[in-house]
Design a protein around this ligand. Structure first.
Ligand code: 13P
Length: 247
């Protein structure tokens, strides 16, 4: 059985001092985790965090990558640049990017391609809004979002990670029930299986108000292979407790 993956998404939080304290506290309590652990940090802190996690059980992740390989794209960061800082994972298509930066399914698929071309694992985020759930469109929406990435990436699809993050559960303290989460994960698993004979190795993460209290139950579901943790990843004791639930 594959190890679970617990990834923290710091979003736009942190400072040189806070990052150092958080990572040192995590490392002090981590021991040898039975799961994989990653931190997706703001890109300006990649160099700092790389040196703090280098040689430890924590892998480094970024929060976004450009669709372009290089050139006149002010403010963008390329996959080759991420690669230089030892980045192993990059989030693509986070709902905050889709919502505030108008990212499209096709654009997210290109970002996943760029990451894979540099040996970086894209964590492809999918999820429905509250209005879409209430309209009974959850499956249709997440399948459409994932289909774009499958279509663009062909057999490389077995190298991705998928994170199901219901938009209404992000930062709201409103977690999807274990049944709701497992149901969508099973749909995504079936879609991946139809696309790749190696789909079983793909990690399917749940994200959305995962915390120390609800992690164990979510992580016990058959198709939930880990978590993508926002707020709770900023507090060492909470994040360590989630990691322990995945062991
Ligand atoms: P919260 O854990 O703060 O709800 O954030 C989830 C998320 O968006 C992780 O990418």
């Amino acid at each position: 059985m594959k190890k679970k993956l617990i990834a923290g998404n710091w979003k736009m939080n942190g400072s040189l001092a806070a990052n150092e304290a958080l990572i040192k506290n995590l490392l002090a309590g981590l021991g040898t985790p039975a799961c994989q652990v990653a931190l997706c940090v703001p890109s300006v802190y990649l160099a700092q965090c790389q040196s703090l996690v280098n040689g430890t059980a924590i892998d480094l992740g970024a929060q976004d990558v450009s669709q372009q390989p290089e050139g006149a794209f002010t403010g963008e960061v390329s996959s080759a640049m991420l690669q230089e800082f030892g980045v192993r994972y990059v989030l693509v298509g986070h709902s905050e990017r889709r919502q505030y930066h108008f990212e499209t399914d096709a654009g997210v698929a290109v970002k996943a391609q760029r990451a894979l071309a540099c040996g970086i694992t894209p964590i492809v985020c999918v999820g429905e809004t509250l209005a879409e759930r209430e309209a009974g469109r959850t499956e249709e929406v997440v399948k459409r979002q994932l289909a774009a990435v499958i279509h663009a990436n062909g057999h490389c699809i077995s190298e991705i990670v998928v994170a199901y993050e219901p938009v209404w559960a992000i930062g709201t303290g409103k977690t999807a029930s274990t049944e709701q989460a497992q149901q969508v994960h099973a749909v995504l698993r079936a879609q991946l299986k139809a696309a790749s004979p190696q789909a079983d190795r793909i990690h399917l993460l749940y994200g959305g108000s995962m915390n120390a209290a609800n992690a164990a139950q979510l992580l016990a579901q058959p198709d939930i292979d880990g978590g993508l943790v926002g707020g709770a990843s900023l507090k060492a004791p909470d994040f360590l407790s989630i990691i322990a639930s995945a062991n």
